[in-house]
Design a protein. Structure first.
Length: 267
């Protein structure tokens, strides 16, 4: 009997030690590929001693506020230029702890089959945040619908438009909501993974895409600078990049269309 009781106590001690040693990491994401791929990693991470708690946001501002306040440990929704702009504007002390998926963007229309069909004084929905708005404007310039000041690149804004031959009007919309307003405008900037998540229309129906060869737009794991070398965060990034379930979730989130995304740590 004593040996049996001792065994029970020993097992309880091991279980308690295991629960104490598990590290909890709160990961802030937005819906779509970022949330889906982190969710796919949860079982694998748990087996490695990381308890991932996924915290979902619906905008591109709150995840950084939550990271700054310590309500989450890492967020995964923004690329480096977006992060750099947030640091400049808000004074955040953040760094990238590693890269994730590189998502394409496109121009979509549910009313017209070509850019030539876009009418005079047509309406265009575009991202309302710096950098992502600039990326959308560069696509519109590539499509021949407008011209921007020389050299502004992805930092361009609506104020940098120098030529607008079709007299287009612009509706500035939060990035994750663009897919929901596409039917209401003549043309919209779009993010394929948000389109998949919303089930609004075919994510592969874009009239033009930005290309996925620029790694600076890969989504990063952003952390407070003091945590950039944290062992748990490093393990999270390493597991993410090596995980087959994560790769499967990413592919599904992009409708299994390889022209809509790439894995920059592989390519």
């Amino acid at each position: 009997m004593r040996k049996y009781i001792a065994g029970i106590v020993a097992l309880a001690a091991i279980a308690l030690a295991g629960s104490v040693s598990a590290e909890t990491i709160k990961v802030g994401v937005v819906p779509g590929v970022y949330a889906d791929s982190i969710e796919a990693l949860v079982p694998e991470a748990k087996a490695k001693g990381l308890d991932l708690q996924v915290v979902e946001f619906t905008d591109w501002t709150t995840p950084n506020i939550a990271l700054q306040s310590g309500d989450i440990d890492v967020n995964y929704f923004q690329h480096q230029p977006f992060l750099d702009n947030a640091i400049k504007e808000r004074g955040y002390d953040f760094k990238s702890a590693g890269i994730g998926v590189l998502a394409n963007i496109g121009l979509y229309s549910l009313k017209h089959k070509s850019f030539d069909e876009i009418p005079d004084k047509g309406t265009v929905a575009i991202a309302n945040d710096p950098v992502n708005q600039g990326r959308g404007l560069l696509l519109l310039q590539k499509a021949g619908l407008l011209k921007l000041k020389d050299g502004v690149g992805f930092r361009g804004t609506l104020d940098d438009i120098t030529d607008n031959p079709k007299h287009l009007t612009f509706n500035e919309v939060e990035g994750p909501q663009l897919s929901r307003v596409t039917a209401d405008v003549d043309l919209a900037q779009g993010y394929p993974h948000f389109i998949v998540a919303s089930k609004a229309f075919d994510p592969s129906s874009g009239l033009l895409y930005s290309g996925v060869d620029d790694k600076q737009f890969a989504i990063v794991f952003a952390v407070q600078s003091a945590k950039v070398d944290d062992a748990g965060i490093k393990e999270l990034v390493d597991l993410y990049q090596k995980s087959d379930p994560v790769k499967g979730a990413i592919d599904k989130a992009f409708a299994s269309d390889p022209k809509l995304y790439t894995l920059p740590w592989v390519h």
